[in-house]
Ligand binder design. Sequence first.
Ligand code: 5GP
Ligand code: ZN
Length: 110
Amino acid sequence: MDCLFCKICEKEIPSKVVYEDDKILAFYDIDPKAPVHFLVIPKEHIAGASALNAENAGVVAYIYAKIAEITAKMGISSYRVVTNCGPDAGQTVFHLHFHVLAGGPLGEMA
Ligand code: 5GP
Ligand code: ZN
């Protein structure tokens, strides 16, 4: 499949890995929007949040649990998790991903 994040999972495209297991990959964003900015993705290709359903949504809870673990290990106590869904919301890569932003005051955001 011609998907950037599937290629990153397959290591066809290199990334700076933060955490990896059989279900998910976490890697630093190439264009950070905060002092700490990494992405967490399921290894399974899911096009975005609007493609979640009762069968595939379990990985979302798993990702949030892993984000809690990863940030704790990094010594991060405040962080923001963002998922853009659809072009008007700023989604540019159509493989579900969770931005984890941290490392200082992030400013207000809904
Ligand atoms: P979106 O705009 O879809 O919410 O987020 C996509 C994110 O992927 C952006 O923050 C962008 O900087 C990041 N990104 C795009 N291409 C690459 C890449 O090749 N490697 C990495 N590590 N991040 C990427
Ligand atoms: Zn993909």
